[in-house]
Design a protein around this ligand. Structure first.
Ligand SMILES: Cc1ncc(COP(=O)(O)O)c(C=O)c1O
Length: 432
Protein backbone atom coordinates (compact mmCIF):
# COMPACT_ATOMS: atom_id res chain seq x y z
CA UNK A 1 0.00 0.00 0.00
CA UNK A 2 1.68 3.24 -1.11
CA UNK A 3 1.00 6.74 0.17
CA UNK A 4 -1.09 7.38 -2.96
CA UNK A 5 -2.79 3.96 -3.30
CA UNK A 6 -6.45 5.04 -3.45
CA UNK A 7 -5.67 7.84 -5.85
CA UNK A 8 -3.72 5.42 -7.98
CA UNK A 9 -6.68 3.04 -8.19
CA UNK A 10 -9.12 5.86 -8.97
CA UNK A 11 -6.75 7.21 -11.60
CA UNK A 12 -6.58 3.81 -13.32
CA UNK A 13 -10.37 3.76 -13.29
CA UNK A 14 -10.56 7.37 -14.54
CA UNK A 15 -8.41 6.53 -17.57
CA UNK A 16 -11.24 4.27 -18.75
CA UNK A 17 -13.77 7.12 -18.92
CA UNK A 18 -11.87 10.43 -18.94
CA UNK A 19 -9.32 11.02 -21.71
CA UNK A 20 -5.98 10.75 -19.96
CA UNK A 21 -7.84 10.37 -16.66
CA UNK A 22 -8.25 14.14 -16.29
CA UNK A 23 -10.34 17.13 -17.40
CA UNK A 24 -7.52 19.48 -18.42
CA UNK A 25 -4.11 18.93 -20.01
CA UNK A 26 -2.30 20.61 -17.11
CA UNK A 27 -3.75 18.13 -14.60
CA UNK A 28 -2.00 15.22 -16.32
CA UNK A 29 1.28 16.21 -14.72
CA UNK A 30 0.29 15.61 -11.10
CA UNK A 31 2.83 13.78 -8.93
CA UNK A 32 3.27 10.81 -8.93
CA UNK A 33 0.20 10.66 -11.18
CA UNK A 34 -2.98 12.74 -11.17
CA UNK A 35 -4.35 12.58 -7.60
CA UNK A 36 -7.91 12.64 -6.33
CA UNK A 37 -8.81 15.22 -3.69
CA UNK A 38 -11.55 15.12 -1.12
CA UNK A 39 -11.64 18.58 0.41
CA UNK A 40 -9.78 21.83 0.89
CA UNK A 41 -9.73 24.30 3.78
CA UNK A 42 -7.66 27.48 4.00
CA UNK A 43 -4.06 26.80 2.93
CA UNK A 44 -4.59 23.02 3.02
CA UNK A 45 -5.97 20.42 0.66
CA UNK A 46 -6.60 16.73 1.41
CA UNK A 47 -6.44 13.76 -0.95
CA UNK A 48 -8.49 10.56 -0.86
CA UNK A 49 -5.63 8.69 0.86
CA UNK A 50 -5.93 11.07 3.80
CA UNK A 51 -2.72 12.98 2.96
CA UNK A 52 -2.73 16.65 3.93
CA UNK A 53 -0.91 19.20 1.77
CA UNK A 54 0.13 22.75 2.37
CA UNK A 55 -1.04 24.02 -1.00
CA UNK A 56 0.96 26.43 -3.14
CA UNK A 57 -0.87 25.49 -6.34
CA UNK A 58 -4.16 27.09 -5.29
CA UNK A 59 -5.84 25.43 -8.25
CA UNK A 60 -3.33 27.11 -10.63
CA UNK A 61 -3.96 30.51 -9.10
CA UNK A 62 -7.66 31.18 -8.52
CA UNK A 63 -7.86 30.50 -4.78
CA UNK A 64 -6.50 33.84 -3.60
CA UNK A 65 -8.50 33.55 -0.36
CA UNK A 66 -7.54 29.89 0.13
CA UNK A 67 -9.74 26.82 -0.11
CA UNK A 68 -13.42 27.00 0.90
CA UNK A 69 -13.45 30.59 2.18
CA UNK A 70 -16.62 30.73 4.32
CA UNK A 71 -17.81 34.11 3.05
CA UNK A 72 -17.43 33.04 -0.57
CA UNK A 73 -19.27 29.77 0.04
CA UNK A 74 -22.07 31.50 1.98
CA UNK A 75 -22.60 34.11 -0.76
CA UNK A 76 -22.63 31.44 -3.47
CA UNK A 77 -25.11 29.38 -1.47
CA UNK A 78 -27.37 32.32 -0.75
CA UNK A 79 -27.36 33.47 -4.36
CA UNK A 80 -27.93 29.96 -5.73
CA UNK A 81 -30.93 29.47 -3.44
CA UNK A 82 -32.65 32.23 -5.40
CA UNK A 83 -31.76 30.85 -8.85
CA UNK A 84 -28.91 29.68 -11.06
CA UNK A 85 -29.11 31.34 -14.43
CA UNK A 86 -31.82 33.58 -15.85
CA UNK A 87 -30.81 34.09 -19.49
CA UNK A 88 -31.32 37.65 -18.43
CA UNK A 89 -29.85 40.34 -16.23
CA UNK A 90 -29.66 40.40 -12.46
CA UNK A 91 -28.72 43.08 -10.00
CA UNK A 92 -25.60 41.34 -8.70
CA UNK A 93 -24.15 41.14 -12.21
CA UNK A 94 -24.59 44.89 -12.51
CA UNK A 95 -23.02 45.45 -9.09
CA UNK A 96 -20.02 43.37 -10.10
CA UNK A 97 -19.60 45.34 -13.33
CA UNK A 98 -19.76 48.63 -11.41
CA UNK A 99 -17.22 47.34 -8.90
CA UNK A 100 -14.82 46.34 -11.66
CA UNK A 101 -15.33 49.72 -13.34
CA UNK A 102 -14.24 51.37 -10.09
CA UNK A 103 -11.19 49.12 -9.62
CA UNK A 104 -9.71 48.50 -13.07
CA UNK A 105 -8.29 51.46 -15.01
CA UNK A 106 -9.23 50.26 -18.54
CA UNK A 107 -12.67 48.91 -17.54
CA UNK A 108 -14.99 51.49 -19.06
CA UNK A 109 -17.28 48.76 -20.42
CA UNK A 110 -17.09 44.99 -20.04
CA UNK A 111 -18.59 41.58 -20.78
CA UNK A 112 -18.46 38.43 -18.67
CA UNK A 113 -17.58 34.95 -19.94
CA UNK A 114 -16.61 31.71 -18.22
CA UNK A 115 -12.92 31.21 -18.94
CA UNK A 116 -9.82 33.20 -19.70
CA UNK A 117 -9.48 31.41 -23.04
CA UNK A 118 -12.88 32.64 -24.19
CA UNK A 119 -12.29 36.21 -23.11
CA UNK A 120 -8.88 36.31 -24.85
CA UNK A 121 -10.60 35.01 -27.98
CA UNK A 122 -13.20 37.79 -27.75
CA UNK A 123 -10.48 40.43 -27.23
CA UNK A 124 -8.71 39.40 -30.43
CA UNK A 125 -11.95 39.33 -32.43
CA UNK A 126 -12.79 42.82 -31.20
CA UNK A 127 -9.31 44.17 -32.00
CA UNK A 128 -9.54 42.78 -35.53
CA UNK A 129 -12.96 44.30 -36.10
CA UNK A 130 -12.05 47.75 -34.82
CA UNK A 131 -8.76 48.04 -36.71
CA UNK A 132 -9.84 46.19 -39.88
CA UNK A 133 -6.52 44.32 -39.66
CA UNK A 134 -6.03 40.62 -38.99
CA UNK A 135 -2.62 39.77 -37.56
CA UNK A 136 -1.63 39.98 -33.95
CA UNK A 137 1.64 39.83 -32.10
CA UNK A 138 2.15 37.46 -29.21
CA UNK A 139 5.28 36.80 -27.20
CA UNK A 140 7.18 33.53 -26.70
CA UNK A 141 6.20 31.66 -23.55
CA UNK A 142 3.03 33.65 -22.91
CA UNK A 143 -0.13 31.60 -22.53
CA UNK A 144 -3.44 33.10 -23.59
CA UNK A 145 -5.62 30.01 -23.35
CA UNK A 146 -5.98 26.96 -25.52
CA UNK A 147 -7.96 28.27 -28.52
CA UNK A 148 -6.50 27.83 -32.02
CA UNK A 149 -5.36 31.39 -32.66
CA UNK A 150 -3.10 31.58 -29.61
CA UNK A 151 -1.89 27.98 -29.39
CA UNK A 152 1.58 28.78 -30.67
CA UNK A 153 5.00 29.41 -29.13
CA UNK A 154 3.84 28.60 -25.62
CA UNK A 155 6.55 26.03 -25.06
CA UNK A 156 9.46 24.68 -27.08
CA UNK A 157 11.74 21.68 -26.87
CA UNK A 158 14.89 23.73 -27.36
CA UNK A 159 16.18 27.11 -28.45
CA UNK A 160 16.86 25.58 -31.87
CA UNK A 161 13.18 24.79 -32.24
CA UNK A 162 12.40 28.45 -31.54
CA UNK A 163 14.52 29.77 -34.40
CA UNK A 164 16.35 33.11 -34.52
CA UNK A 165 15.52 35.69 -31.83
CA UNK A 166 14.80 38.42 -34.39
CA UNK A 167 12.40 36.25 -36.36
CA UNK A 168 11.28 33.33 -34.23
CA UNK A 169 9.61 30.22 -35.59
CA UNK A 170 5.92 29.99 -34.87
CA UNK A 171 5.86 26.79 -32.82
CA UNK A 172 2.52 24.92 -32.68
CA UNK A 173 1.54 23.81 -29.17
CA UNK A 174 -0.74 21.01 -30.34
CA UNK A 175 -1.76 19.05 -33.38
CA UNK A 176 -5.03 19.95 -35.03
CA UNK A 177 -4.40 23.65 -35.64
CA UNK A 178 -5.55 25.06 -39.00
CA UNK A 179 -2.43 26.02 -40.99
CA UNK A 180 -3.76 29.52 -41.63
CA UNK A 181 -3.83 30.27 -37.88
CA UNK A 182 -0.05 30.62 -37.90
CA UNK A 183 -0.28 33.12 -40.77
CA UNK A 184 -2.25 35.50 -38.55
CA UNK A 185 0.51 35.61 -36.02
CA UNK A 186 3.83 37.32 -35.40
CA UNK A 187 5.86 35.98 -32.48
CA UNK A 188 8.69 37.72 -30.64
CA UNK A 189 10.73 37.19 -27.49
CA UNK A 190 9.23 39.17 -24.61
CA UNK A 191 10.89 42.09 -22.82
CA UNK A 192 12.88 43.36 -25.82
CA UNK A 193 11.49 46.77 -26.68
CA UNK A 194 13.94 47.47 -29.46
CA UNK A 195 12.95 44.33 -31.30
CA UNK A 196 9.25 44.97 -30.62
CA UNK A 197 9.54 48.50 -31.99
CA UNK A 198 11.29 47.35 -35.18
CA UNK A 199 8.69 44.62 -35.77
CA UNK A 200 5.69 46.76 -34.94
CA UNK A 201 6.83 49.51 -37.30
CA UNK A 202 7.47 47.00 -40.10
CA UNK A 203 4.10 45.30 -39.71
CA UNK A 204 1.88 48.15 -38.49
CA UNK A 205 -0.27 47.94 -41.61
CA UNK A 206 -1.35 44.38 -40.86
CA UNK A 207 -1.25 44.22 -37.04
CA UNK A 208 -4.57 44.49 -35.22
CA UNK A 209 -3.24 43.84 -31.71
CA UNK A 210 -0.37 43.17 -29.39
CA UNK A 211 -1.37 40.72 -26.67
CA UNK A 212 0.79 40.30 -23.58
CA UNK A 213 0.47 39.52 -19.92
CA UNK A 214 1.82 42.50 -17.99
CA UNK A 215 4.18 40.09 -16.21
CA UNK A 216 5.12 36.66 -17.58
CA UNK A 217 3.97 34.62 -14.59
CA UNK A 218 3.44 31.38 -16.53
CA UNK A 219 7.11 30.94 -17.30
CA UNK A 220 9.67 32.20 -14.81
CA UNK A 221 7.44 34.82 -13.15
CA UNK A 222 9.24 37.54 -15.08
CA UNK A 223 8.65 41.25 -14.53
CA UNK A 224 8.63 43.57 -17.52
CA UNK A 225 11.90 45.47 -17.98
CA UNK A 226 11.68 49.12 -17.06
CA UNK A 227 9.93 50.95 -19.89
CA UNK A 228 8.85 47.80 -21.78
CA UNK A 229 5.11 48.05 -21.19
CA UNK A 230 5.19 51.84 -21.50
CA UNK A 231 7.02 51.42 -24.81
CA UNK A 232 4.39 48.99 -26.10
CA UNK A 233 1.69 51.46 -25.03
CA UNK A 234 3.29 54.34 -26.94
CA UNK A 235 3.96 52.27 -30.06
CA UNK A 236 0.41 50.89 -30.15
CA UNK A 237 -1.00 54.41 -29.80
CA UNK A 238 1.21 55.75 -32.55
CA UNK A 239 0.65 52.85 -34.97
CA UNK A 240 -3.08 52.23 -34.48
CA UNK A 241 -2.66 48.82 -32.83
CA UNK A 242 -4.84 47.60 -29.96
CA UNK A 243 -2.90 46.81 -26.76
CA UNK A 244 -4.42 43.83 -24.93
CA UNK A 245 -3.25 42.83 -21.46
CA UNK A 246 -3.98 39.27 -20.45
CA UNK A 247 -4.48 39.68 -16.71
CA UNK A 248 -5.76 36.17 -16.08
CA UNK A 249 -2.93 35.61 -13.59
CA UNK A 250 -1.94 39.17 -12.64
CA UNK A 251 -5.54 40.30 -12.10
CA UNK A 252 -6.48 40.52 -8.40
CA UNK A 253 -3.11 38.94 -7.60
CA UNK A 254 -0.75 41.90 -8.04
CA UNK A 255 -3.40 44.19 -6.55
CA UNK A 256 -7.01 45.23 -7.01
CA UNK A 257 -6.13 47.01 -10.27
CA UNK A 258 -4.15 44.05 -11.65
CA UNK A 259 -0.89 44.37 -13.55
CA UNK A 260 -2.11 47.55 -15.23
CA UNK A 261 -2.36 49.21 -11.82
CA UNK A 262 0.85 47.64 -10.51
CA UNK A 263 2.93 48.75 -13.51
CA UNK A 264 0.86 51.86 -14.20
CA UNK A 265 0.20 51.17 -17.87
CA UNK A 266 -3.39 51.12 -19.10
CA UNK A 267 -4.15 48.81 -22.04
CA UNK A 268 -7.03 49.25 -24.47
CA UNK A 269 -8.52 45.86 -23.58
CA UNK A 270 -7.81 43.47 -20.72
CA UNK A 271 -8.88 40.00 -19.74
CA UNK A 272 -9.38 38.87 -16.15
CA UNK A 273 -10.25 35.48 -14.67
CA UNK A 274 -8.70 33.14 -12.09
CA UNK A 275 -8.30 34.99 -8.76
CA UNK A 276 -11.33 37.18 -9.33
CA UNK A 277 -13.85 34.59 -8.17
CA UNK A 278 -12.06 32.07 -5.95
CA UNK A 279 -12.36 29.21 -8.42
CA UNK A 280 -15.87 29.79 -9.78
CA UNK A 281 -16.05 30.05 -13.57
CA UNK A 282 -16.00 33.66 -14.67
CA UNK A 283 -13.80 35.86 -16.82
CA UNK A 284 -14.07 39.45 -17.98
CA UNK A 285 -13.22 41.24 -21.15
CA UNK A 286 -12.90 44.86 -20.03
CA UNK A 287 -11.89 47.79 -22.15
CA UNK A 288 -12.09 51.33 -23.29
CA UNK A 289 -15.49 52.53 -24.38
CA UNK A 290 -14.57 53.27 -28.01
CA UNK A 291 -13.61 49.59 -28.46
CA UNK A 292 -16.24 47.92 -26.31
CA UNK A 293 -18.98 49.89 -28.07
CA UNK A 294 -18.50 47.55 -31.03
CA UNK A 295 -19.75 44.76 -28.79
CA UNK A 296 -22.42 46.99 -27.25
CA UNK A 297 -24.01 47.67 -30.65
CA UNK A 298 -23.50 44.15 -32.03
CA UNK A 299 -20.96 44.86 -34.73
CA UNK A 300 -18.85 42.33 -32.85
CA UNK A 301 -20.65 39.36 -31.35
CA UNK A 302 -19.86 38.04 -27.91
CA UNK A 303 -22.23 35.49 -26.40
CA UNK A 304 -22.53 32.56 -24.01
CA UNK A 305 -25.45 30.64 -22.52
CA UNK A 306 -23.70 30.20 -19.18
CA UNK A 307 -22.33 33.74 -18.80
CA UNK A 308 -23.00 35.55 -15.50
CA UNK A 309 -24.53 32.63 -13.63
CA UNK A 310 -25.49 33.39 -10.05
CA UNK A 311 -22.79 31.30 -8.32
CA UNK A 312 -19.93 32.84 -10.30
CA UNK A 313 -21.13 36.41 -9.89
CA UNK A 314 -21.71 35.86 -6.17
CA UNK A 315 -18.25 34.33 -5.77
CA UNK A 316 -16.63 37.27 -7.53
CA UNK A 317 -18.51 39.82 -5.42
CA UNK A 318 -17.59 38.03 -2.19
CA UNK A 319 -13.94 37.56 -3.20
CA UNK A 320 -13.48 41.19 -4.16
CA UNK A 321 -15.26 42.37 -1.02
CA UNK A 322 -12.94 40.34 1.24
CA UNK A 323 -9.82 41.35 -0.73
CA UNK A 324 -10.70 45.04 -0.30
CA UNK A 325 -12.01 44.92 3.26
CA UNK A 326 -9.10 42.92 4.64
CA UNK A 327 -6.45 44.74 2.57
CA UNK A 328 -5.13 41.32 1.60
CA UNK A 329 -2.49 42.39 -0.94
CA UNK A 330 0.05 44.15 1.30
CA UNK A 331 0.07 41.06 3.51
CA UNK A 332 0.44 38.73 0.52
CA UNK A 333 3.43 40.71 -0.72
CA UNK A 334 5.02 40.66 2.74
CA UNK A 335 4.42 36.94 3.27
CA UNK A 336 5.65 36.25 -0.25
CA UNK A 337 8.81 38.25 0.43
CA UNK A 338 9.43 36.17 3.58
CA UNK A 339 8.93 32.93 1.67
CA UNK A 340 11.10 33.97 -1.27
CA UNK A 341 13.89 35.14 1.04
CA UNK A 342 13.63 31.96 3.12
CA UNK A 343 13.83 29.75 0.04
CA UNK A 344 16.85 31.66 -1.30
CA UNK A 345 18.55 31.22 2.06
CA UNK A 346 17.66 27.52 2.21
CA UNK A 347 19.10 27.00 -1.28
CA UNK A 348 22.29 28.89 -0.33
CA UNK A 349 22.75 26.76 2.80
CA UNK A 350 22.13 23.58 0.82
CA UNK A 351 24.59 24.64 -1.90
CA UNK A 352 21.97 24.70 -4.67
CA UNK A 353 21.71 27.24 -7.51
CA UNK A 354 17.99 27.80 -7.14
CA UNK A 355 16.69 31.03 -8.61
CA UNK A 356 13.70 32.50 -6.75
CA UNK A 357 12.10 35.25 -8.81
CA UNK A 358 8.78 37.06 -8.85
CA UNK A 359 6.43 39.25 -6.89
CA UNK A 360 5.41 37.48 -3.68
CA UNK A 361 1.73 36.72 -4.28
CA UNK A 362 3.14 34.69 -7.21
CA UNK A 363 6.75 33.74 -7.79
CA UNK A 364 8.89 31.09 -9.45
CA UNK A 365 11.63 28.73 -8.35
CA UNK A 366 13.96 26.80 -10.65
CA UNK A 367 17.48 25.49 -10.91
CA UNK A 368 19.57 27.60 -13.27
CA UNK A 369 23.04 29.10 -13.32
CA UNK A 370 21.50 32.42 -14.47
CA UNK A 371 21.11 35.25 -11.97
CA UNK A 372 17.83 36.34 -13.47
CA UNK A 373 15.52 35.07 -16.16
CA UNK A 374 14.20 37.75 -18.51
CA UNK A 375 12.40 35.97 -21.30
CA UNK A 376 11.16 32.54 -22.28
CA UNK A 377 14.47 31.55 -23.91
CA UNK A 378 16.17 32.09 -20.54
CA UNK A 379 13.72 29.66 -18.94
CA UNK A 380 15.11 26.88 -21.14
CA UNK A 381 18.17 26.95 -18.86
CA UNK A 382 16.11 25.54 -15.99
CA UNK A 383 17.05 22.00 -14.98
CA UNK A 384 13.55 20.55 -15.22
CA UNK A 385 14.51 17.03 -14.13
CA UNK A 386 16.01 18.42 -10.94
CA UNK A 387 12.93 20.49 -10.27
CA UNK A 388 10.77 17.40 -10.66
CA UNK A 389 12.84 15.73 -7.94
CA UNK A 390 12.49 18.79 -5.70
CA UNK A 391 8.75 18.91 -6.28
CA UNK A 392 8.40 15.17 -5.64
CA UNK A 393 10.37 15.43 -2.37
CA UNK A 394 8.24 18.36 -1.21
CA UNK A 395 5.08 16.54 -2.17
CA UNK A 396 5.99 13.39 -0.25
CA UNK A 397 6.52 15.69 2.76
CA UNK A 398 3.08 17.32 2.39
CA UNK A 399 3.86 20.45 0.35
CA UNK A 400 2.01 20.70 -2.94
CA UNK A 401 3.77 22.64 -5.72
CA UNK A 402 3.13 23.23 -9.41
CA UNK A 403 5.64 21.27 -11.53
CA UNK A 404 6.37 24.27 -13.77
CA UNK A 405 7.91 26.10 -10.80
CA UNK A 406 5.32 28.79 -10.09
CA UNK A 407 4.12 29.23 -6.48
CA UNK A 408 0.90 30.97 -5.48
CA UNK A 409 0.10 32.39 -2.04
CA UNK A 410 -3.32 33.00 -0.54
CA UNK A 411 -4.77 35.11 2.26
CA UNK A 412 -5.14 31.86 4.21
CA UNK A 413 -1.38 31.17 4.32
CA UNK A 414 0.33 32.05 7.59
CA UNK A 415 3.90 32.74 8.71
CA UNK A 416 3.91 29.24 10.19
CA UNK A 417 3.00 27.83 6.75
CA UNK A 418 5.83 29.81 5.20
CA UNK A 419 8.28 28.49 7.78
CA UNK A 420 7.10 24.92 7.20
CA UNK A 421 7.72 25.33 3.47
CA UNK A 422 11.20 26.81 3.99
CA UNK A 423 12.25 24.10 6.48
CA UNK A 424 10.98 21.33 4.23
CA UNK A 425 12.61 22.89 1.16
CA UNK A 426 15.96 22.97 2.99
CA UNK A 427 15.64 19.26 3.88
CA UNK A 428 14.87 18.35 0.26
CA UNK A 429 17.44 20.66 -1.32
CA UNK A 430 20.16 19.00 0.76
CA UNK A 431 19.32 15.66 -0.83
CA UNK A 432 19.40 16.77 -4.48
C1 LIG B 1 -2.25 34.26 -18.60
C2 LIG B 1 -3.35 33.31 -18.91
N1 LIG B 1 -4.24 33.62 -19.87
C3 LIG B 1 -5.27 32.83 -20.18
C4 LIG B 1 -5.45 31.64 -19.51
C5 LIG B 1 -6.60 30.76 -19.88
O1 LIG B 1 -7.57 30.83 -18.90
P1 LIG B 1 -8.60 29.61 -18.70
O2 LIG B 1 -7.79 28.45 -18.25
O3 LIG B 1 -9.56 30.13 -17.67
O4 LIG B 1 -9.25 29.38 -20.02
C6 LIG B 1 -4.57 31.26 -18.51
C7 LIG B 1 -4.73 29.99 -17.79
O5 LIG B 1 -3.86 29.49 -17.13
C8 LIG B 1 -3.48 32.11 -18.19
O6 LIG B 1 -2.59 31.79 -17.25
Amino acid sequence: MTRYQKSHELYQRACRSLAGGVASEFRKYGYPHPLFYERGAGSRVYDVDGNEYLDFTLSQGPLILGHSHPEVLARVHESSQRGQLYAGQHLEELELAETLQRLIPCAELMRFSLSGSEADHAALRLARAVTGKYKFLKFEGHYHGWFDGVSFSISAASEDAMGPREQPNIVPWTQGLPPQAANDLIVLPWNDLELAEKTLREHAGELAAVISSPAMCNAGCIAPRSGFLQGLRQLCDELGIVLIFDEVITGFRLGMAGGQGYFDVTPDLAVFGKAMASGYPISVLAGKRNYMEWIADGRVIHAGTMNSGNPSIAAALATIEVLERDAVHPRLFELGRELMEGLRDAARRAGQAMLVQGFGPAFHTGFTPLESVNDFRDTLSYDKAKYQKFMAGMHDRGIRLIGRGIWYLSAAHTSADVQQAIDTAYDILKTL
